[in-house]
Design a protein around this ligand. Sequence first.
Ligand code: MTE
Ligand code: MO
Length: 221
Amino acid sequence: MSEDDIPEPAAREKLLRAKEKWADEGRLLTGRPDLGRVNRLPPGQRLVTNWPVLDLGAQPAISPERWRLRVGGLVDAPLILNLEQFLQLPQSEMVSDIHCVTAWSRYDNHWQGVATQTLLALVKPKPEARYVLFQSYDGYTTNVALEVFAADNALLAHHWEGVPLSREHGGPVRVVIPDWYFWKSPKWVTRIEFSAQDRPGFWEVRGYHNEGDPWKEERYS
Ligand SMILES: Nc1nc2c(c(=O)[nH]1)N[C@H]1C(S)=C(S)[C@@H](COP(=O)(O)O)O[C@H]1N2
Ligand SMILES: [Mo]
């Protein structure tokens, strides 16, 4: 697929309708949240060992030369980085589980990238900044509260299992916020904006929960 390819409007509409229907019907809800995180596998999830690909159908081809990260909004020091500059920031390695709202989970993913805490120390959010909105090269957006962004297991990843993150999984750089369902982890991320007001993202305006804690089954709003 070239970077200019967009999914057939009909196919994309079908996907959106199907997902909105899930939200309407409350599909996959067990009604038995695991608030104490007694189980490693959250309620209603099943374990997979492959890594499914989920997106809106367009996987933008962002060459390393073309990729940019813009961080702005309510911060003291907004920044624009190219990939080379991004790779020169202090690097972190993390291991975490993935929980997708479509009910698959994948354990022990090894990530390399830049911790969100590293980024926060650089851009210095203003005291009024309470929310974060991510924007991606495919037009996808998603929102999290600042404290969720700042979790010590959250990062902007460029390697998975020792290899560069593939295009289908969001390379060159995607966000990983393992405490929440994976729709809160944008692929092909290019913009991070801090604000005083929360702004719901792509799935959040289509019936998905504004937060997304898998142990609380925060699948739909
Ligand atoms: N840019 C972008 N990021 C995205 C999506 C998307 O459509 N576009 N889909 C989200 C959803 S719903 C899921 S489950 C995960 C899937 O990531 P994966 O394809 O690497 O498994 O990406 C999330 N991030
Ligand atoms: Mo998802």
